[in-house]
Every structure is written in C-alpha cells, then in structure tokens.
Design a protein around this ligand. Structure first.
Ligand code: GLN
Length: 279
C-alpha cells in the first residue's frame, strides 16, 4: 500500500515537472526568434521615475516599462535583428547604462541601437540623431529651497546661481538667463544636493522627475516655483538612418491605442495621460 502511494506520488511529481518544463520553455520563447540579436538600448538610470535602479540592481521606471512593452510580442513588432529564419513578433532588449551626456555621441557612433532616457526631442539633436514619435509630454521646472521666498519664477533668476545637468535641455535653458552663474552636474541627485547645501539658488530640470521626487518624500526641503516652464516631448533616440525607426513608431502607436500606454502612465503618475502629437 505504502509502495503504491509512493509510486503515484512519483508519477504525479514527474508529470507536474514535465508540465512546468513545457510551460517554462513556452514563456521563455513565446514567439521570439532564439537566433535574434537583442536590441541594445542605452539608459542613464539616475532619472526617477523614468529610469532608476532598485536596491538589488533591477532596472525600473516608466521608460523601462514602455521599452519592454514595445519588445513584447503583443506590440506586434518584428525588428530586423535576426539572422533570418522565422520572422516572429517581439524582440529581446539588452539595456546598457550610459551617462546622459554621452548618449547622443554613442548613438552617432552607432555603438547602441537606441536610447530611452527621458530624452527631449530638440531641433539641435535632430541634426545628428533620429527620434521616434513623442512618447511623453514634459517640460522644465525651477526648484528652490523651501525657505527661499525671493525666487518666484523665471524673471527672478537673473544673476542667480543655478545648477543644471550637463548636456540637458535645462542646461540650454539656463544659458538664456542673463548674468546667471551656472554650475553643471552629471545627474539629478547631485544638483539637488548642491541646492540643499546652499551652494546654488535654484535648479532647472525636468518637471516630472522633480515633482515625483518631492511627492514621494525623496526630496525634502525643496519646492517647485514654476512648473512646465517649457513644453517638451521625450522620444526614443536612434542613429540617423536606423532600420528600426518605423517599427518603433508603429509600436508606440499600438501601445497608445490598445491601452498599454495609459496603464504604464497611470502606474507611475497616477493620472490620465495627456494627448500626444503624432510627430
Ligand atoms: N529631458 C532632459 C533632456 O533631454 C533631461 C533628461 C534626463 O536627465 N534624463 O535634456
């Protein structure tokens, strides 16, 4: 009797094991071509909540979710990354960490296939690289220390000490303020520290990232005085003649129309996404 029960258990475990193996294999390779090369995508994970690393090193954020959604078979994209064989939907991504300031030149040199990093589409950048259709409506904000009462907006910035991120649209904007003393930093955490230390009077940077950090208690002692100083749109950046541009644009359109974009937007910003232009 005991032997019989044991035998049945063994059989059950064996069949369960086989079932799990089959399911496992199917979810590993649902429709992606195992011979496909991954799309190399650069990101600077210091830009919460668009891209950041969790304590255990996992890459997370709005941009990461969007890129993963584009790569999932549900978006229906087939990128020309495979060595031929079956053309199937979906593709693999290999994320690479790069400093924001080096992103454009790395794309120009074609050492990466794409970059997603809250990169604003600008006329200047379009001279050397390509952008997907806009995927996020953004803008710049002025942040000051909570107790600062004399900076009320753009007009009170003249002659002030301002911190910005190297190579960012915030840095370009700061150059238009007369007599401003500008200090440049590699990333957000650094320039906010300088503001808190009293070394600068204001920070000019992307509004959504700043407001998110304040709302989630990550930036104590800082407030925003003018939000959305500019109107900007983020795009996925690619080398100028990228073979993936059309497919990525189609994928963004699919995610916008099938509700996936809205889901990702609500997950990170707890709000309805605004309307985006087609180009
Ligand atoms: N949106 C800004 C730019 O493109 C900054 C983005 C960022 O810091 N990741 O310049």
């Amino acid at each position: 009797m005991v032997k019989l029960i044991n035998f049945k258990w063994q059989q059950l475990i064996l069949s369960l094991g086989c079932l799990l193996l089959i399911i496992g294999c199917q979810s590993l390779y649902p429709t992606t071509n195992p011979d496909a090369k991954p799309l190399k995508v650069a990101t600077d994970p210091t830009f919460v909540p668009f891209e950041f690393q969790t304590a255990d090193g996992k890459l997370e954020g709005f941009d990461i979710d969007l890129m993963n959604a584009l790569a999932s078979p549900a978006a229906g994209l087939t990128l020309s990354l495979s060595k031929g064989i079956a053309k199937v939907a979906g593709f693999a991504i290999q994320f690479e960490s790069l400093p924001f300031d080096g992103m454009i030149s790395t794309l120009q040199a074609k050492r990466i296939d794409a970059a997603i990093s809250g990169i604003t589409i600008t006329a200047e950048r379009l001279k050397t690289i390509a952008f997907s259709r806009p995927y996020f409506k953004a803008g710049l904000a002025i942040a000051v220390r909570e107790d600062n009462q004399n900076i009320k907006g753009f007009n009170s910035l003249k002659g002030k000490k301002i911190a910005v991120q190297i190579g960012s649209t915030g840095a370009d904007f700061a150059k238009t303020i007369s007599n401003a003393k500008i200090s440049t930093f590699n990333s957000g955490p650094e320039f906010f520290q300088d503001l808190l230390n009293g070394n600068v009077d204001a920070v000019i940077s992307d509004a959504f990232a700043t407001l998110y950090a304040i709302k989630n208690g990550k930036l104590k002692g800082i407030r925003v005085v003018a939000d959305l100083l500019t109107q900007e749109y983020y795009g996925i950046a690619m080398p100028k003649d990228s073979p993936h541009l059309d497919a990525i644009n189609k994928g963004i359109a699919t995610l916008l129309s099938n509700g996936t974009y809205k889901q990702i937007y609500q997950k990170w910003f707890d709000a309805e996404p605004p309307q985006l232009p087609d180009s």
